[in-house]
Write a protein that binds this ligand. Structure first.
Ligand SMILES: [Zn+2]
Length: 130
């Protein structure tokens, strides 16, 4: 049974979202490149014996986590761009209901409606992405 589809995305808005996604993708790619360079630099440092080095190690770990999150988002963005091509963009991957315009505007690469996202997060999957 269809729920309220009032705020579903109109296909006329696809170009607007494509642009949002492309811009976000560019930013992410650039940032991943920077983080990669930073990680290479940190990896060259010796094993931590001093507190300063331990701090660098901690920085490397958080950079790696950030890197992973951004790569995940990049994957989601590529998926979203494919969905624009397929004209399925804006629908939840799980229940196929409209994700909602407000949610899409905040995060155009989002894959699930808020209800499904909550369920998925409760199962502990897709940590860090929403
Ligand atoms: Zn859903």
């Amino acid at each position: 049974m269809p729920r309220n589809k009032a705020e579903a995305i109109d296909k006329k808005q696809y170009p607007e979202f494509r642009e949002l996604l492309e811009n976000r993708k560019k930013t992410l790619l650039q940032h991943i490149e920077n983080v990669g360079a930073e990680l290479n630099y940190l990896d060259q440092s010796r094993p931590p014996e001093l507190s300063e080095e331990a701090q660098e190690e901690a920085a490397a770990i958080s950079l790696k986590a950030l890197d992973q999150r951004e790569r995940q988002e990049l994957e989601d963005i590529n998926l979203a761009l494919e969905k624009i091509d397929d004209e399925t963009f804006g629908s939840c991957e799980s229940c196929e209901e409209p994700i909602g315009l407000t949610r899409l505007k905040i995060l155009p690469s989002v894959r699930y409606c808020i209800a499904c996202q909550t369920k998925i997060e409760e199962r502990g999957k897709h940590k860090g992405s929403f």
